[in-house]
Ligand binder design. Sequence first.
Ligand code: GDP
Ligand code: MN
Length: 383
Amino acid sequence: MDLFEYQGKQYFARFGIPVSPGGVADTADEAVAQADAAGYPVVVKAQVQVGGRGKAGGIKLAQSPGEVRRHAENILGMDIRGHTVERLWIERASDIDQEYYASFTLDRGARKHLGMVSARGGIDIEQVAAEDPAAIARAHIDPVAGLGRPDAERLVEEAGLDPRARPGAVDILLKLYRCFVDGDADLVEINPLILTPDGRVHALDAKVSLDNNAEFRHPEWAAFRATEVLDAREKLARSKGLQYIGLAGSVGIIANGAGLAMSTLDVVNQAGGSAANFLDIGGGANAEVMANALEVINTDANVRSILINIFGGITRGDEVANGIVEALRRVAIVSPIVVRIDGTNAELGRAILKEQASGRIETQPTMLAAARRAVQLAEGARA
Ligand code: GDP
Ligand code: MN
C-alpha cells in the first residue's frame, strides 16, 4: 500500500524524523486556514501518488493568503499524469541550501536491506543512477544485524554530503531505518532530504510503501486504507472480499491459490497472451465466491476472454463446477469462458459443466491448452 506524501510525513514523524509543520486541505478555504496555522511563506503541494509533481506545476510557494488561495484553486482538480488532485498538503516553506536523497528498500536478490544516499537529490533517482551511478552510495544491510551508526556514517561520507549535514543526516538515516523495519515498509524514500542555510537537515518529501503482509499488526493503517486509490475493479472486488489485481492485458484469470494464479499468468504469457487481472479465489470456492469473481471480471472492459483454472484438492471439482453454473445463472457474462479443472472430482466437474453450461463455456484438458484457447478467444479468432 502506497502512502500519500502527507501520510508518509506523519509516519516519518512517529519515528522522530524531522518534517515541516503543515496540514491537509481539500478546498481553497481550508488551504488558507492551514497556511495561516503553519506560518508564511508556505508550500502548496498536490497530493497524488506520482513523482515529479514539482515539474507538473503541482507544487507552489506562496507568500500570502491570497497566493495560497490562487495556487490551491489552480492545483485542486489538476491532472498530474492521470492522477486527479483532490487533496493538498500545506506546509511551512523551507530555505534550501542543498538537496539530498536517502532511501531504504528490500533487495530480494541479495536477501538484504539496501540503503541508498546521494548528494544529488531533488531529481529522479533513476536519472541519477543512469547519468552518474557513482553519485549514489549504497549499503547492503544484514536484516538480522540491522543498520549501525558506523554504517550510516560511512553512507553519508561516501555520498559526499556537506560536512555540516553529516550529523543530522546520520541521525535521520538511523530513524528512517527504524521506520522501514519497525514500520513494516517495503520502501521509505526522502527526496529531497535538505540541508537548510542554518545547518538543519530534514525531510521535504516522503515516499512510503507499506508491506501489506504486516497489516495485521498495524490497526492504525486503517486510516491509510480509507484513502487508498483503487481502480473501480479493485474497489468492487474489495467490497466483495476478493483480492483483485488489475493488469493491462485481455485474458481475465480466476484460479484457486495465489501460486496457481501466478502460474496461470505465466502460461497465458507463454501462449502469447497477457492477463487482464490476477484473481485468487482461495480454497473452498463455492457458488457465491465464483459468482462474485465472475462479476468483478465482467466489469473489466479490458477482458476479452475468461480463463478459470482450478486444481482440486480440498476444493472439489464438482463443487467448483456447480459454482460456475450458479454464477452463470446470476451474472450475464460478456466474455467467453474456458475452464480447466484438475484434481479431486475433476471428471465429475467437467461433466456438470458439459451438461448444464455447454455452449456458454468450454473445458480444456490441460492448463496450457486452456491458456492457448483463452488467448485465441481473446484475440477474436475462431477455433
Ligand atoms: P516531487 O516533485 O513530486 O518529488 O515533489 P517534492 O516534494 O520533492 O518537491 C519538488 C521540489 O520542490 C523540491 O525538490 C524542491 O526543490 C521544491 N520544494 C518543495 N518544498 C519546498 C520548500 O519548502 N521550499 C523550497 N524552497 N522549495 C521546495
Ligand atoms: Mn520528491
